[in-house]
Design a protein around this ligand. Structure first.
Ligand SMILES: [Zn+2]
Length: 421
């Protein structure tokens, strides 16, 4: 193999489109990294294409002469590709820089380099990826947008939807929310936008279109009326299910409210020691029974004697979880007796919850009947939470949406060598 062919292979450049014509190792004088500069050109038989749309287009002029792209590092050295960047006349875009096979349009980095950086940004975060590759945070941010935009242009995530989940996600303190839509069958996030109101949900249905909205059979969501009313308006045929994830969340919140009331009561009556002990119970009470150690289970059993109200609240939360995992007929009976018990519990938060559950009873039974369980919403919510904390919050909602899509919509780039020829 000739040297230039070896180099071309090492650089992962495609043999059918690119020829390596020269190279030079530029030593850094100040103790910095050396740079391998590689001159390449398009193969003569490959026709010129528009950099923006890829349409075959005739030569226009030599453009701005040589251009440079940062490529994947070669050992200890960084690497730069250099090529002529002529312009072509696209019927649609006019005089445009011709497409190069190894880089996205309007980028100072090669496609492989960008894919690698975005891959790193997804598994860690943008700042870590920026440090790792010695580029700015902003450059990483732009790469994420370019990669996501390209991928989303290739596939239509809104095609063939039958069952979806609509949910809200916080992106910043002070009631800043996104609305996120997932596909129940694939588990993927398929749409996200800033805001949580009827208008946001309508924007989703606008993108979906009337015909595809009519194909929707199930929509799961929480009790939010702003979601429900738009579903009634735009997808009247769809069965609205109440997400069990949210239902259990409400019961957990009611339990926490009871616990807090009891703790305050203890504090007021001077039981400082028991109040402190009681406060420590918080996380134990909120966890699922099967995730507790036997010592923790003992503590909860002791609670039955120590504080009957808190124990009853804990029982109600656990029983509701049980009911939601039963087969339909048993769950219906279970829900009846749960509602009766909760209404008579004399625990205000649970009396209120029983009223809410009666209000959404049809949606809850639809969930039980069609087994559209909490898995999707729960795992996506957890993943979105991880994305947010990895980035230590997002100021720009669009940037957050881009990371959610790259992470959860199945459009993350492969590592460059996975596809190298
Ligand atoms: Zn074009």
């Amino acid at each position: 193999m000739r040297d230039n062919s070896v180099l071309r292979k090492l650089l992962g450049l495609c043999v059918s489109t690119v020829v390596v014509v020269g190279r030079e190792l530029v030593e850094a004088g100040d103790g910095g990294r050396s740079k391998l500069v590689v001159w390449v050109r398009r193969r003569a038989r490959v026709r010129g294409r528009c950099g923006r749309c890829g349409a075959v287009a005739p030569w226009f002029d030599n453009g701005g002469g040589e251009r440079r792209w940062r490529h994947i590092d070669m050992g200890m050295a960084t690497c730069e590709l250099v090529a002529e960047a002529p312009r072509v006349t696209c019927p649609e875009h006019g005089a445009t820089v011709a497409e190069v096979s190894f880089a996205r349009h309007d980028s100072a980095f090669s496609r492989a380099f960008e894919d690698l950086v975005v891959f790193d940004a997804i598994v860690s975060n943008k700042l870590a990826a920026a440090k790792r590759h010695g580029i700015s945070w902003r450059a990483v941010d732009h790469m994420c947008i370019r990669v996501a935009t390209e991928a989303l242009g290739r596939i239509d995530l809104l095609e063939g939807l039958v069952a979806i989940a609509i949910d809200e996600v916080k992106y910043k303190k002070g009631h800043k929310y996104l609305t996120v839509v997932c596909d129940h069958l694939t588990g993927r996030v398929i749409w996200a936008a800033r805001g949580r109101n009827k208008e946001t949900v309508r924007t989703f249905f606008d993108a979906l279109g009337e015909e595809r909205a009519a194909q929707l059979q199930f929509v799961t969501c929480d009790g939010a009326e702003w979601i429900r009313s738009v579903i009634t308006e735009r997808a009247p045929e769809a069965i609205v299910c109440l997400d069990t994830f949210h239902l259990i969340g409400w019961a957990t919140a009611a339990l926490d409210e009871v616990r807090r009331e009891e703790w305050n009561k203890l504090r007021r009556t001077g039981g400082a020691h028991s109040a402190k002990e009681f406060k420590g119970l918080r996380w134990m009470l909120l966890r699922n029974w099967e995730n507790l150690s036997s010592k923790q289970k003992g503590t909860i059993r002791d609670l039955e004697r120590a504080n009957r109200r808190a124990f009853r609240a804990w029982q109600l939360k656990e029983e509701l979880r049980d009911v939601m995992s039963m087969p339909l007929a048993a769950a219906r009976r279970g829900l009846d007796s749960w509602l009766a018990y909760a209404s008579r519990s004399r625990l205000a938060p649970f009396v209120k919850l029983a009223r809410t559950i009666r209000h959404y009873r049809d949606s809850i039974e639809a969930t039980l009947e069609w087994k559209l369980t909490n898995g999707i919403a729960e795992s996506n919510n957890a993943a979105i939470g991880r994305i947010r904390s990895a980035a230590r919050g997002f100021h720009d909602p669009e940037s957050f949406i881009t990371m959610i899509m790259l992470n959860r919509a199945g459009i993350a780039p492969q590592l460059p060598w996975a596809a190298a020829s």
